[in-house]
Write a protein that binds this ligand. Structure first.
Ligand SMILES: [Zn+2]
Length: 304
């Protein structure tokens, strides 16, 4: 096979020589698209336009200003977060750090869980690194050289992961930010750490290496990033409002239902809650004696 068949979002296909890049595909579709492309999804994976095409697949190109373009900002912020963590916690092991619909996260193996004070220091370090600019520079290595580079960097988990994939003849891309940070990654990113317009570190939670609960425990730092400070503030305000309206908080405050350690995720309906639920659903009558959390074992509770 010397050509790859690329399927576009509208179902049309085009053929490109093997080892063409996604940028070559965009150019083949049209010069305007090639100019506006900032990244793409290749077979569903977020990739830089430099991604090489080594077989048939599907492409969706992300253009400047499109809703998906925020993923570049968030993905770049995840790198910035990892760079800050490694500067403050040099023994930390890196897991993965993808963008998400609401922001980004990055997983780390650390000796102690991150405290709120740690998170504030990490965000401050992110701002310090962002102020230095530090462009994202792509470098491509073959799988053997990439494994060596990961071990040189001290990224043991990533090195093991790469070896497990047993890749042959593939190009593995790294993104380097000056002499401060380097990470194995498909991209795409904004131009530099300094080009992330607005970001915030939000919280930390427990996680496991590659989601395996019997595996290595990790700490996941959650954050978010937006194209402007105004959009970041709007998002944070909405999150605060949502917290005020969290059904778990309201249910307890209004004496409607409660949750208990004995049955995680199971709502224990209080008398008022049962009345309200019956009124809303039209099931049963409000005059029936309400079931309370003291008699939860005798019935099945509706889920709030
Ligand atoms: Zn990346």
């Amino acid at each position: 096979m010397t050509v790859a068949r690329v399927t576009l979002p509208d179902g049309k296909t085009l053929e490109v020589p093997l080892n063409s890049t996604c940028a070559d595909v965009a150019r083949k579709i049209g010069p305007r698209l090639a100019k506006d492309a900032v990244g793409c999804f290749w077979n569903g994976e977020l990739c830089a336009m430099e991604q090489r095409i080594t077989g048939d697949g599907q492409i969706r190109i992300i253009t400047k200003g499109s809703p998906d373009a925020v993923l570049l900002i968030r993905h770049s912020a995840a790198h910035l977060c990892a760079a800050a963590v490694l500067e403050l916690f040099p023994d930390a092991q890196l897991g993965f750090g993808p963008p998400t619909a609401e922001g980004f996260y990055y997983d780390f193996v650390v000796k102690e869980p991150f405290t709120p004070d740690d998170l504030a220091r990490i965000e401050a370090k992110m701002r310090e690194l962002a102020a230095l600019g530090l462009p994202f520079e792509r470098k491509e290595l073959d799988p053997v050289a990439a494994g060596k580079e990961l071990r040189r960097l001290g990224y043991k988990l990533k090195a093991e992961y790469l070896e497990e994939l047993k890749l042959k003849g593939d190009v593995i891309s790294f993104y380097v930010n000056g002499n401060r940070f380097s990470d194995m990654c498909r991209g795409p990113h904004v131009a530099s750490f300094g080009a992330i317009p607005a970001f915030k570190v939000l919280s930390a939670s427990g996680a496991y290496w590659r989601g395996d609960a019997s595996g290595i425990p990790m700490q996941r730092i959650h954050g978010t990033a937006f194209p402007s400070e105004a959009e970041l503030k709007k998002h944070l305000d909405l999150v605060e409002e949502a917290k005020k309206r969290d059904h778990r908080k309201l249910g307890s405050e209004l004496d409607l239902f409660s949750f208990h350690e004995e049955a995680p995720g199971f709502p224990f309906w209080h008398a008022g809650g049962v009345v309200l639920w019956r009124e809303l659903t039209g099931r049963g009558t409000t005059t029936t004696t309400a079931t309370t959390c003291t008699s939860w074992r005798r019935r099945t509770a509706p889920s709030p």
